[in-house]
Design a protein around this ligand. Structure first.
Ligand code: ZN
Length: 203
């Protein structure tokens, strides 16, 4: 499986990092080795002094597809989730300034937390879905999928123009404003609608 991540899909987050609103979705890939299983802690890697949390709504692909039309995109997933795109912001900043690829900052081992999966029918409207990240008991990121520049179905259409989607692939749909650092002993909890999708300790 592969993990396909979307950057700058929430205007307020793009603004907080000083990025322009993109003309098309920013897309990058994390390999399967980036996957951090639920119930495992996240270990701060030795190569970064500034790991940020980015809470994101996830989509699990359940059919193979290429050049998927947006109107048929809903046939390519049954489950929705919530996760964290852990980012070595210091490294990413350095790579961005040099115009280099972001993989070292974004695709390292354990950088993709994938929480529980839920049948999409559990939610009344996937384009009006609240989600939240709580750090040590306080809300640090809040979003609603209505704020996304590209909806889930639009993202599937766009991504599948470039990458064949396969069963088990996961799309990270971008993070809302409020990204920030994590340190050892932090506890992060994610909520998708009313569901508690994950709890993770930082080590
Ligand atoms: Zn992200």
């Amino acid at each position: 499986m592969k993990i396909i991540c979307i950057g700058r899909n929430y205007p307020q987050h793009a603004a907080e990092l000083g990025n322009e609103k993109p003309e098309s979705p920013v897309i990058f890939i994390k390999p399967e080795t980036a996957k951090l299983q639920r119930r495992f802690p996240f270990y701060i890697p030795h190569f970064s002094n500034e790991i940020h949390h980015e809470v994101e709504v996830l989509v699990k692909i359940n059919r193979i597809g290429k050049y998927i039309e947006e109107k048929f995109a809903n046939k390519y997933y049954q489950e929705i989730g919530l996760g964290i795109d852990f980012t070595a912001r210091d490294l990413q900043q350095n790579l961005k300034e040099k115009g280099l690829p972001w993989e070292k900052a974004k695709a390292f081992d354990g950088s993709a937390l994938i929480g529980s999966w839920y049948e999409k029918e559990n939610f009344t409207d996937l384009n009006q879905l609240d989600f939240e990240l709580v750090k040590n008991g306080s809300t640090v990121q809040e979003g609603n999928t209505s704020q996304m520049l590209w909806s889930i179905d639009a993202l599937i259409a766009e991504v599948s123009r470039f990458f064949t989607l396969k069963i088990g692939d996961v799309i990270f749909t971008g993070t809302p404003a409020g990204v920030g650092p994590v340190v050892v002993n932090d506890v992060l909890e994610g909520y998708l609608g009313e569901e508690k999708a994950f709890k993770i300790n930082i080590k």
